[in-house]
Design a protein around this ligand. Structure first.
Ligand SMILES: N[C@@H](CCC(=O)N[C@@H](CS)C(=O)NCC(=O)O)C(=O)O
Length: 204
């Protein structure tokens, strides 16, 4: 199994999940910035030209972070990435789906407002996107208050997705509120994630 990632991109949650899963396999870095998502070889693997992409041992390729997280969690049930208990599992998928929507609608306009409107509107587009990021962070923060993890009493794929959102928020210059920062510190200090985080350039 090979997980294709690009550092400092939205493959971060999948990379952390792969590490947490303990599954055998490799992480293959490509550089989106250098156009390596658009090479014929990579497009043959993932025609979307995006990361993450999970190449299974039988040659099938899973794309889209929620699907990759589900696949890793189901292949490593003991990891707790996707909990066994039904309601917890549904809640984890609920958070990942919501997080995926937040990333898609807010971070694109936040990072590249020029792609979402004419030049005079760029500042406004960015400001609105940043405002929505702040609202999303406040929402997660309110749900985390007094809890170590977002679902139940153990780390899950939903926590990793949330950590990725806070990292992206930082790229936009938005500082996550306190409970969320504590949550990220909790995740970043998990020994099992140390190598993956170091490879992404983060320290605990
Ligand atoms: N919906 C996808 C989004 C993946 C995505 O947007 N990946 C970005 C990395 S930040 C990418 O590969 N961008 C390159 C491109 O779209 O050309 C997911 O959840 O995995």
């Amino acid at each position: 199994m090979i997980l294709y990632v690009s550092t400092r991109s939205s493959s971060l949650a999948a990379r952390l999940a792969f590490a947490l899963s303990g599954l055998p396999g490799d992480v293959q870095e490509i550089s989106l910035r250098q156009g390596e998502g658009r090479t014929p070889e990579y497009l043959a693997l993932n025609p979307k030209g995006q990361v993450p992409a999970l190449l299974l041992d039988d040659g099938q390729v899973i794309t889209e972070t929620p699907a990759v997280l589900l696949a890793l969690g189901e292949m490593a049930p003991e990891s707790g990435l996707i909990p066994g208990e039904q309601m917890a599992r549904w809640r984890v998928m609920e958070w990942i789906s919501w997080g995926s929507w937040q990333l898609a609608r807010n971070f694109g306009p936040g990072f590249a407002p020029d792609r979402f409107g004419p030049a005079p509107a760029e500042n406004e587009i960015r400001t609105q996107a940043v405002g929505r990021v702040e609202e999303a962070l406040a929402f997660i923060d309110s749900r985390l208050e007094g809890n170590d993890w977002i679902v139940g009493d153990a780390v899950s794929a939903a926590d990793l997705y949330i950590a990725m959102i806070t990292v992206f928020a930082g790229f936009l210059g938005v500082i996550p509120p306190d409970a969320l920062m504590d949550h990220r510190r909790r995740i970043f200090s998990l020994p099992v994630l140390a190598d993956a985080l170091a490879a992404e350039g983060f320290s605990a």
